[in-house]
Design a protein around this ligand. Structure first.
Ligand code: C5P
Length: 219
């Protein structure tokens, strides 16, 4: 089985590019951020204290992740239910911090991701997919972009989803997320030594996919 990993900060364009790449290669697309988001939503709905690590780990252990839809555009389901856009609200986005920082919880989620990848060719995106989840991946990318570009992309996505946007707040939130993603003890956001670094600030998603395909074809 082949694995292509794409890691990088929020708003770098990972999801758009990973989906297009999965479609192009007929691989399965796995959005690892969606799994942390889905667990956050489940914990919030259950009214759990987000500082109670033991309960959050127990929650992760009793959760079944599954996917509906097509391989290149799967929709995550949590305990059999479609969570859809509910995992993309600002509340869930901000609370994911509490979930993603717990090493024992990450171990449960990483194992689920590895199982999914063992069964199929996969394009997987997140923060630690090339460093922790699939350190032996065939091709690894680290997708980055300047903060300004990332904030504007996120603003566009939110506007399209019908949400109100304050660009200054959004920029601050992204900076905070970058900081917590880069400084957590386990699964921190960092480029794997053997990952190919791509700055997408001045690239369209199509151009970024082209660049990636060139590397993949030469692999
Ligand atoms: O990629 P996305 O913005 O949807 O991820 C949501 C949050 O999940 C991130 O801010 C990050 O803290 C966390 N995450 C993670 N490890 C991953 C993917 C996402 O900790 N592999």
């Amino acid at each position: 089985m082949s694995a292509i990993t794409i890691d990088g900060p929020a708003g770098a364009g990972k999801s758009t590019v990973a989906k297009a790449l999965a479609k192009e290669l007929s691989f399965f697309y796995l959005d690892t951020g969606a799994m942390y988001r889905a667990l956050t939503l489940k914990a919030m709905r259950a009214g759990l204290d987000l500082n109670d690590e033991e309960s959050l780990v127990a929650l992760a252990k009793e959760t079944t992740f599954d996917f509906k839809g097509t391989a290149a555009a799967p929709v995550i389901t949590l305990d059999g239910k479609d969570v859809g856009d509910d995992i993309r609200t600002p509340e869930v986005t901000n609370n994911t911090y509490y979930i993603a920082r717990i090493p024992a919880l990450r171990a449960v989620v990483v194992e689920a991701q590895q199982q999914i990848g063992q069964m199929r060719d996969i394009v997987i995106e997140g923060r630690d997919t090339g460093t922790v989840v699939f350190p032996e991946a065939d091709v690894k990318f680290f997708l980055d972009a300047k903060l300004e570009a990332r904030s504007h992309r996120r603003a566009k996505d939110l506007k399209e989803a019908g949400r109100s946007v304050d660009i200054k707040n959004l920029k601050n939130e992204i900076q905070q997320r970058d900081h917590s993603d880069q400084t957590r003890d386990t699964g921190a956001l960092k480029k794997a030594d053997d990952a190919i670094y791509i700055d997408s600030t001045d690239l369209t998603p199509e151009q970024t996919v082209e660049v990636m395909l060139t590397y993949i074809k030469n692999y």
